[in-house]
Design a protein around this ligand. Structure first.
Ligand code: PMP
Length: 290
């Protein structure tokens, strides 16, 4: 595997960042998780847009233009012959002093890793996932806004540990008010009385690219979509529930906190959206890189 760091490619052994990089010292930086399908990078523009929004929010000036980052992502996929895979794009604040002041960091670093994707085991897609609500609440948007896809993922990591301790792969995270925010690495949706519902971004959810795509696919197929505040009660009494994310795609949820959701099996609306999502990602035709 050849890893892109600041315009050059390195093999895995030599792909290194400084111990003085504030990405390491303080989690000061941003990232994107992106997928490639059939030699095309899925929703690349949207991911780079979100990277720029995250950068703006943390006052980080990206060293490359939008178009240059897009080209670097595609070049890294081509170099590694990644036709179907996962791309991790990381921008760190760069090398500075031991103090946390970002002013000591003169040059942000851009890192791109293109490799294989670790999906949830196939059985979960067929039979659905069991998840639990965890005690760690999602970061306050007035403290560290979850809309910023920052390198500081400890909030999510703690929730993931709690999910694992409870025997689950994913966790529902509530916000400080007790409304449903999202999962540790996925957005959450429910289907209720023919409507598709997902928490608003203001509840503490990431502006998920898969979330937007699924909302668009639902609207196209005549399903009403809304973004109300949701409580655990709403999840428990949903007809269907599923999670969305670049890595996970769309994964059905059949049990939450011991409550069976709907029939206890992945539902028909979820199945329809999965089919539509696959149709979108499995576009045939000329790959943009080979
Ligand atoms: N929420 C969190 C906290 C995430 O980290 C992610 C992405 N891994 C998502 C939601 C899903 O976002 P996307 O569909 O853009 O991958």
């Amino acid at each position: 595997m050849r890893i892109y760091i600041d315009g050059k490619f390195y093999d895995e052994k030599n792909a290194k960042v400084s111990v003085f990089d504030h990405g390491l010292l303080y989690g000061d930086g941003i990232f994107e998780g992106i997928r490639a399908y059939n030699g095309r990078v899925f929703k690349l523009k949207e991911h780079i847009d979100r990277l720029f929004y995250s950068a703006k929010a943390i006052l980080l000036t990206l060293p490359l233009s939008h178009a240059e980052i897009m080209r670097a992502v595609v070049a890294t996929c081509r170099r590694n012959k990644v036709h179907n895979g996962y791309i991790r794009l990381v921008v760190t604040r760069g090398i500075g002093t031991l103090g946390l002041n970002p002013n000591s960091c003169k040059q942000p670093s851009v890192i791109i890793i293109a490799g294989k994707i670790q999906l949830y085991p196939q059985g979960y897609y067929k039979n659905g996932l069991e998840i639990i609500t965890v005690p760690t609440v999602r970061n306050l948007h007035s403290a560290l806004n979850p809309a910023i896809k920052s390198l500081n993922y400890l909030n999510n990591v703690l929730a993931k540990i709690e999910a694992n301790n409870g025997g689950c792969e994913e966790a529902i995270m509530l916000n400080a008010e007790g409304f449903v925010a999202e999962c540790t690495g996925d957005n959450v949706f429910i289907v209720k009385a023919g409507q598709l519902l997902t928490p608003p971004l203001s509840a503490g959810a990431l502006y998920g690219i898969t979330r937007s795509v699924v909302m668009e696919l639902a609207r196209e197929s005549g399903l009403a979509v809304a973004e109300p505040n949701l409580t655990r009660y709403d999840l428990f009494n949903a007809d269907e529930c599923f999670l969305t994310g670049t890595g996970a795609e769309i994964i059905p949820v059949v049990k939450i906190d011991g409550r069976i959701i709907g029939t206890g099996k992945p539902g028909p609306v979820t199945a329809r959206l999965v089919t539509k999502y696959h149709a979108l990602t499995n576009v045939s035709g000329e790959p943009i890189y080979s």
